[in-house]
Design a binder for this molecule. Structure first.
Ligand code: FE2
Ligand code: FE2
Length: 189
């Protein structure tokens, strides 16, 4: 597991009055929300690179690592799982459109570069885009799924995201939700 020493960014929801509070995510979307913390770290690495707080080399390699090991998997899981629960076409369009743009950014960032200032600008643009995508999902898109899903859909989503959680490296023997499920299965056998 990488980046254990990094303080995870706080996900906050914005209330109309501008005050923010911690997001309470429904369990059916929590595994995908946990992925978002690492995505936000990736975004921060890019934005710090563009502000020249860390070197281009350090920032781009940290991002490439998170991209390869975490974000690509997360995007594919969202695309495989979420569309059937989306009620608004605009949400589906934004989800897929943003993911396409993120893959284009990652591809460009992985290219050889000669012009330092354009790489700094690209890192800033990509970092801000990734940050905004995650915040849109947390503040608008995921809440809409939670609010519009039927009981049956919530159950199905829970089952699907349980599978996501089980295959994440963070959860090898350390996730309480899976552990208690396994315990119950053992008791039944
Ligand atoms: Fe996404
Ligand atoms: Fe996401």
């Amino acid at each position: 597991m990488m980046e254990n020493h990094v303080k995870l960014p706080q996900m906050k929801s914005q209330t109309p009055g501008g005050k923010s509070k911690g997001i309470k995510r429904h369990p059916c979307l929590r595994p995908l929300s946990r992925d978002h913390l690492l995505a936000l770290i990736g975004a921060q690495k890019l934005m710090k690179t563009s502000r020249q707080e860390i070197s281009i080399e350090e920032g781009l390699s940290a991002f490439a690592n998170i991209w390869q090991n975490e974000i690509t998997i997360h995007l594919a899981d969202e695309e495989a799982i979420l569309p059937e629960f989306i009620k608004e076409d605009s949400d589906k369009e934004r989800l897929l459109g943003d993911h396409k743009r993120l893959r284009e950014f990652a591809e460009k960032l992985a290219e050889e570069y000669s012009d330092e200032s354009s790489v700094l600008a690209l890192a800033g643009e990509a970092g801000a885009f990734l940050d905004a995508h995650v915040r849109w999902e947390e503040r608008e898109f995921f809440p809409r799924i939670e609010q519009t899903a039927s009981k049956e859909e919530i159950e199905r989503l829970l089952a699907l995201t349980d599978e996501v959680e089980a295959k994440r490296s963070r959860n090898r023997n350390c996730d309480s939700r899976i552990r208690s499920k396994k315990k119950k299965q053992q008791q039944q056998n």
